[in-house]
Design a protein around this ligand. Structure first.
Ligand code: BDR
Ligand code: CA
Length: 311
Protein backbone atom coordinates (compact mmCIF):
# COMPACT_ATOMS: atom_id res chain seq x y z
CA UNK A 1 0.00 0.00 0.00
CA UNK A 2 1.26 3.50 -0.80
CA UNK A 3 0.87 6.11 1.92
CA UNK A 4 -0.82 9.33 0.88
CA UNK A 5 -2.16 12.57 2.23
CA UNK A 6 -5.00 14.02 0.19
CA UNK A 7 -5.00 17.81 0.27
CA UNK A 8 -8.30 19.09 -1.09
CA UNK A 9 -11.18 21.60 -1.14
CA UNK A 10 -14.35 19.49 -1.41
CA UNK A 11 -15.98 20.38 -3.87
CA UNK A 12 -18.04 18.01 -6.05
CA UNK A 13 -15.15 16.48 -7.97
CA UNK A 14 -12.97 16.39 -4.83
CA UNK A 15 -15.74 14.30 -3.25
CA UNK A 16 -15.51 11.83 -6.15
CA UNK A 17 -11.72 11.77 -5.82
CA UNK A 18 -12.00 11.02 -2.10
CA UNK A 19 -14.43 8.19 -2.84
CA UNK A 20 -11.89 6.71 -5.23
CA UNK A 21 -8.94 7.18 -2.85
CA UNK A 22 -10.54 5.52 0.15
CA UNK A 23 -11.99 2.70 -1.95
CA UNK A 24 -8.62 1.82 -3.51
CA UNK A 25 -6.76 -0.99 -1.74
CA UNK A 26 -3.50 0.30 -3.25
CA UNK A 27 -3.65 3.39 -1.03
CA UNK A 28 -3.38 4.05 2.66
CA UNK A 29 -4.91 7.48 3.19
CA UNK A 30 -3.13 8.84 6.29
CA UNK A 31 -5.20 11.99 6.46
CA UNK A 32 -7.24 14.48 4.49
CA UNK A 33 -6.13 18.10 4.74
CA UNK A 34 -8.49 20.84 3.73
CA UNK A 35 -7.62 24.10 2.02
CA UNK A 36 -9.83 27.06 1.13
CA UNK A 37 -10.88 26.78 -2.48
CA UNK A 38 -14.21 25.72 -3.89
CA UNK A 39 -15.66 26.50 -0.46
CA UNK A 40 -14.24 27.68 2.88
CA UNK A 41 -12.05 25.35 4.90
CA UNK A 42 -14.86 24.75 7.39
CA UNK A 43 -17.37 23.77 4.71
CA UNK A 44 -14.78 21.72 2.85
CA UNK A 45 -14.03 19.72 5.99
CA UNK A 46 -17.74 19.06 6.58
CA UNK A 47 -17.97 17.76 3.02
CA UNK A 48 -14.94 15.50 3.40
CA UNK A 49 -16.56 13.98 6.49
CA UNK A 50 -19.80 13.41 4.61
CA UNK A 51 -17.90 11.47 1.96
CA UNK A 52 -16.06 9.45 4.61
CA UNK A 53 -19.39 8.61 6.26
CA UNK A 54 -20.78 7.41 2.93
CA UNK A 55 -17.70 5.25 2.43
CA UNK A 56 -17.66 3.98 6.04
CA UNK A 57 -14.20 5.44 6.54
CA UNK A 58 -14.66 7.92 9.38
CA UNK A 59 -11.46 6.47 10.85
CA UNK A 60 -9.48 8.70 8.46
CA UNK A 61 -8.68 12.07 10.11
CA UNK A 62 -9.66 15.37 8.49
CA UNK A 63 -7.56 18.47 9.21
CA UNK A 64 -8.45 22.13 8.78
CA UNK A 65 -5.91 24.08 6.73
CA UNK A 66 -5.36 27.60 5.46
CA UNK A 67 -8.37 29.91 5.31
CA UNK A 68 -7.03 32.25 2.65
CA UNK A 69 -4.55 32.16 -0.22
CA UNK A 70 -1.01 33.41 0.51
CA UNK A 71 -1.50 36.94 -0.80
CA UNK A 72 -4.68 37.26 -2.84
CA UNK A 73 -8.14 37.74 -1.38
CA UNK A 74 -10.00 34.44 -1.26
CA UNK A 75 -12.56 33.77 -4.02
CA UNK A 76 -14.61 30.58 -3.76
CA UNK A 77 -16.06 28.51 -6.60
CA UNK A 78 -19.57 28.28 -5.17
CA UNK A 79 -20.97 29.24 -8.57
CA UNK A 80 -19.70 25.88 -9.83
CA UNK A 81 -20.07 23.68 -6.74
CA UNK A 82 -23.08 25.22 -4.99
CA UNK A 83 -23.20 27.19 -1.74
CA UNK A 84 -22.46 24.09 0.36
CA UNK A 85 -19.81 22.81 -2.06
CA UNK A 86 -21.71 19.59 -2.70
CA UNK A 87 -24.20 20.83 -5.26
CA UNK A 88 -26.57 22.25 -2.63
CA UNK A 89 -27.53 18.80 -1.44
CA UNK A 90 -27.19 19.92 2.18
CA UNK A 91 -26.68 16.45 3.59
CA UNK A 92 -26.77 16.39 7.42
CA UNK A 93 -23.46 17.17 9.10
CA UNK A 94 -21.38 14.36 10.58
CA UNK A 95 -21.42 14.58 14.37
CA UNK A 96 -19.61 11.37 15.36
CA UNK A 97 -16.22 12.84 14.53
CA UNK A 98 -15.09 16.39 13.96
CA UNK A 99 -12.27 17.92 11.93
CA UNK A 100 -8.99 18.58 13.74
CA UNK A 101 -6.97 21.78 13.63
CA UNK A 102 -3.53 22.08 12.06
CA UNK A 103 -3.39 20.68 8.51
CA UNK A 104 0.04 22.15 7.75
CA UNK A 105 1.50 20.79 10.99
CA UNK A 106 -0.03 17.39 10.27
CA UNK A 107 1.54 17.32 6.80
CA UNK A 108 5.03 18.21 8.08
CA UNK A 109 4.89 15.83 11.05
CA UNK A 110 3.64 12.97 8.90
CA UNK A 111 6.46 13.51 6.42
CA UNK A 112 8.95 13.09 9.29
CA UNK A 113 7.18 10.19 10.97
CA UNK A 114 6.35 7.99 8.03
CA UNK A 115 8.54 6.70 5.24
CA UNK A 116 7.57 7.32 1.62
CA UNK A 117 4.55 9.55 2.00
CA UNK A 118 3.11 11.11 -1.15
CA UNK A 119 0.74 14.04 -1.47
CA UNK A 120 -2.11 14.30 -3.92
CA UNK A 121 -3.23 17.94 -4.02
CA UNK A 122 -6.68 18.60 -5.43
CA UNK A 123 -7.15 22.24 -4.50
CA UNK A 124 -5.20 25.52 -4.40
CA UNK A 125 -1.63 24.90 -3.21
CA UNK A 126 -1.79 27.14 -0.12
CA UNK A 127 -1.34 24.41 2.52
CA UNK A 128 1.65 23.00 0.66
CA UNK A 129 3.23 26.42 0.17
CA UNK A 130 2.79 27.18 3.88
CA UNK A 131 4.32 23.83 4.75
CA UNK A 132 7.32 24.61 2.57
CA UNK A 133 7.69 28.02 4.21
CA UNK A 134 7.56 26.51 7.68
CA UNK A 135 9.61 23.36 7.22
CA UNK A 136 11.36 22.84 3.93
CA UNK A 137 13.35 19.94 5.38
CA UNK A 138 10.18 17.91 5.87
CA UNK A 139 9.40 18.09 2.16
CA UNK A 140 12.78 16.59 1.26
CA UNK A 141 11.30 13.37 2.60
CA UNK A 142 8.22 13.59 0.37
CA UNK A 143 7.90 10.67 -1.99
CA UNK A 144 5.74 11.90 -4.87
CA UNK A 145 3.69 15.02 -5.49
CA UNK A 146 0.64 15.08 -7.72
CA UNK A 147 -1.24 18.32 -8.32
CA UNK A 148 -4.56 18.66 -10.06
CA UNK A 149 -4.28 22.11 -11.50
CA UNK A 150 -3.08 24.25 -14.35
CA UNK A 151 -3.45 24.04 -18.08
CA UNK A 152 -0.86 23.78 -20.81
CA UNK A 153 -2.65 23.93 -24.17
CA UNK A 154 -6.20 23.90 -22.89
CA UNK A 155 -8.00 27.16 -22.23
CA UNK A 156 -8.56 28.10 -18.61
CA UNK A 157 -11.73 27.67 -16.60
CA UNK A 158 -11.47 30.91 -14.59
CA UNK A 159 -10.02 33.23 -17.16
CA UNK A 160 -8.98 32.64 -20.77
CA UNK A 161 -5.62 31.39 -19.51
CA UNK A 162 -6.05 30.23 -15.91
CA UNK A 163 -7.32 27.13 -14.15
CA UNK A 164 -9.12 27.59 -10.81
CA UNK A 165 -6.67 25.97 -8.33
CA UNK A 166 -3.70 27.98 -9.58
CA UNK A 167 -5.78 31.12 -10.16
CA UNK A 168 -7.23 31.04 -6.63
CA UNK A 169 -3.76 31.08 -5.08
CA UNK A 170 -1.22 31.90 -7.79
CA UNK A 171 1.48 32.82 -5.26
CA UNK A 172 1.04 29.53 -3.46
CA UNK A 173 1.20 27.62 -6.74
CA UNK A 174 4.31 29.48 -7.87
CA UNK A 175 6.04 28.90 -4.56
CA UNK A 176 5.38 25.18 -4.74
CA UNK A 177 6.54 24.88 -8.36
CA UNK A 178 9.71 26.85 -7.71
CA UNK A 179 10.63 25.60 -4.23
CA UNK A 180 9.47 22.03 -3.86
CA UNK A 181 12.53 20.63 -5.59
CA UNK A 182 10.63 17.55 -6.62
CA UNK A 183 9.02 16.62 -9.92
CA UNK A 184 5.42 17.81 -9.83
CA UNK A 185 3.01 15.63 -11.75
CA UNK A 186 0.70 18.24 -13.24
CA UNK A 187 -2.71 16.77 -13.83
CA UNK A 188 -4.14 19.80 -15.60
CA UNK A 189 -7.18 20.66 -17.67
CA UNK A 190 -5.52 19.22 -20.79
CA UNK A 191 -6.28 15.76 -19.44
CA UNK A 192 -9.04 16.30 -16.88
CA UNK A 193 -11.39 17.99 -19.34
CA UNK A 194 -11.58 14.67 -21.15
CA UNK A 195 -13.10 13.00 -18.10
CA UNK A 196 -16.82 13.52 -18.49
CA UNK A 197 -19.43 11.93 -16.26
CA UNK A 198 -22.28 11.33 -18.69
CA UNK A 199 -25.92 10.49 -17.82
CA UNK A 200 -25.51 6.86 -18.92
CA UNK A 201 -22.50 6.34 -16.62
CA UNK A 202 -24.42 7.98 -13.79
CA UNK A 203 -27.33 5.62 -14.38
CA UNK A 204 -25.01 2.63 -14.40
CA UNK A 205 -23.51 3.73 -11.10
CA UNK A 206 -26.97 3.71 -9.57
CA UNK A 207 -27.59 0.22 -10.89
CA UNK A 208 -24.30 -1.06 -9.47
CA UNK A 209 -24.65 0.53 -6.03
CA UNK A 210 -27.89 2.46 -5.41
CA UNK A 211 -26.64 4.15 -2.23
CA UNK A 212 -23.39 5.53 -3.62
CA UNK A 213 -24.94 6.04 -7.05
CA UNK A 214 -27.68 8.19 -5.55
CA UNK A 215 -25.08 10.28 -3.72
CA UNK A 216 -23.11 10.90 -6.93
CA UNK A 217 -26.30 11.75 -8.80
CA UNK A 218 -27.38 14.20 -6.12
CA UNK A 219 -24.08 16.03 -5.78
CA UNK A 220 -23.50 16.28 -9.54
CA UNK A 221 -26.95 17.73 -10.41
CA UNK A 222 -25.75 21.28 -9.81
CA UNK A 223 -22.56 20.56 -11.80
CA UNK A 224 -24.70 19.26 -14.68
CA UNK A 225 -26.64 22.53 -14.76
CA UNK A 226 -23.40 24.53 -14.68
CA UNK A 227 -21.92 22.61 -17.61
CA UNK A 228 -25.12 22.81 -19.62
CA UNK A 229 -25.36 26.58 -19.13
CA UNK A 230 -21.70 27.26 -19.86
CA UNK A 231 -20.78 24.77 -22.54
CA UNK A 232 -23.97 23.08 -23.68
CA UNK A 233 -22.60 19.83 -22.29
CA UNK A 234 -24.96 17.13 -21.02
CA UNK A 235 -22.70 15.74 -18.37
CA UNK A 236 -19.97 17.17 -16.17
CA UNK A 237 -16.20 17.31 -16.25
CA UNK A 238 -14.77 15.66 -13.15
CA UNK A 239 -11.19 16.84 -12.71
CA UNK A 240 -9.91 15.65 -9.35
CA UNK A 241 -10.48 11.86 -9.46
CA UNK A 242 -8.08 11.58 -12.40
CA UNK A 243 -5.21 12.73 -10.16
CA UNK A 244 -5.94 9.87 -7.74
CA UNK A 245 -6.37 7.31 -10.53
CA UNK A 246 -3.13 8.43 -12.18
CA UNK A 247 -1.27 8.08 -8.89
CA UNK A 248 -2.44 4.47 -8.71
CA UNK A 249 -1.89 3.67 -12.39
CA UNK A 250 0.69 5.66 -14.40
CA UNK A 251 -0.42 4.01 -17.62
CA UNK A 252 -3.58 6.12 -17.63
CA UNK A 253 -1.77 9.30 -18.68
CA UNK A 254 1.38 10.46 -20.37
CA UNK A 255 3.10 13.79 -20.89
CA UNK A 256 6.50 15.43 -20.89
CA UNK A 257 9.01 16.99 -18.51
CA UNK A 258 9.60 20.74 -18.44
CA UNK A 259 10.20 23.71 -16.21
CA UNK A 260 6.84 25.14 -15.19
CA UNK A 261 5.87 28.19 -13.21
CA UNK A 262 2.74 30.22 -12.53
CA UNK A 263 2.02 33.87 -13.33
CA UNK A 264 0.96 35.78 -10.21
CA UNK A 265 -0.07 39.21 -11.54
CA UNK A 266 -2.06 41.05 -14.18
CA UNK A 267 -4.52 39.75 -16.73
CA UNK A 268 -2.65 36.42 -17.00
CA UNK A 269 -2.76 35.80 -13.25
CA UNK A 270 -2.84 32.08 -12.53
CA UNK A 271 -1.61 31.09 -15.98
CA UNK A 272 0.56 28.00 -16.15
CA UNK A 273 3.75 28.78 -18.05
CA UNK A 274 5.49 25.70 -19.39
CA UNK A 275 8.96 26.36 -20.82
CA UNK A 276 8.84 23.67 -23.50
CA UNK A 277 11.71 25.23 -25.45
CA UNK A 278 14.05 25.59 -22.48
CA UNK A 279 14.36 29.37 -22.89
CA UNK A 280 15.04 29.86 -19.18
CA UNK A 281 17.57 27.01 -18.91
CA UNK A 282 15.98 25.89 -15.67
CA UNK A 283 15.91 22.36 -14.36
CA UNK A 284 12.69 20.51 -15.21
CA UNK A 285 10.39 20.63 -12.19
CA UNK A 286 7.24 19.11 -13.65
CA UNK A 287 5.77 16.29 -15.64
CA UNK A 288 2.96 17.89 -17.62
CA UNK A 289 0.24 15.44 -18.60
CA UNK A 290 -1.18 15.78 -22.09
CA UNK A 291 -2.75 12.40 -22.93
CA UNK A 292 -5.29 10.32 -21.05
CA UNK A 293 -7.09 7.06 -21.65
CA UNK A 294 -10.49 8.32 -20.45
CA UNK A 295 -12.22 5.00 -20.99
CA UNK A 296 -9.66 3.19 -18.84
CA UNK A 297 -10.09 5.87 -16.15
CA UNK A 298 -13.84 5.30 -16.04
CA UNK A 299 -13.35 1.55 -15.85
CA UNK A 300 -11.01 2.04 -12.89
CA UNK A 301 -13.43 4.39 -11.14
CA UNK A 302 -16.42 2.09 -11.65
CA UNK A 303 -14.47 -0.97 -10.57
CA UNK A 304 -12.97 0.49 -7.40
CA UNK A 305 -15.85 2.61 -6.13
CA UNK A 306 -18.83 0.65 -7.50
CA UNK A 307 -17.44 -2.86 -7.83
CA UNK A 308 -18.20 -2.91 -11.57
CA UNK A 309 -15.56 -5.57 -12.15
CA UNK A 310 -17.53 -7.92 -9.92
CA UNK A 311 -20.92 -7.18 -11.47
C1 BDR B 1 -10.32 22.39 -10.10
O1 BDR B 1 -10.99 23.50 -9.51
C2 BDR B 1 -11.99 23.07 -8.66
O2 BDR B 1 -13.17 23.76 -8.86
C3 BDR B 1 -12.14 21.59 -8.85
O3 BDR B 1 -12.46 20.96 -7.62
C4 BDR B 1 -10.80 21.15 -9.37
O4 BDR B 1 -9.90 20.85 -8.33
C5 BDR B 1 -10.56 22.38 -11.58
O5 BDR B 1 -10.14 23.57 -12.16
CA1 CA C 1 -10.65 20.52 -6.07
Amino acid sequence: KRKVIIDCDPGIDDALALMLAVASPELEVLGITIVSGNVSVKEGAENALKVLRLMNRLDIPVYLGENTPLKRAYISAQDTHGMDGLGETNYAAVNEVRPKAGAVKFICETLYQDEKVSIIALGPLTNIAKGLQQDREAFKRLDEFISMGGNYRSHGNCSPVAEYNYWCDPHGAREVYEKLDKRIHMVGLDVTRKIVLTPNILEYMQRLDPHKGEFVKNITGFYYDFHWKHEGLIGCVINDPLAVAYFINRELCSGFEAFTTIETEGISMGQTIVDTMGFWKKKENSYVLTEVDHHEFMKTFLAKVFGADKA
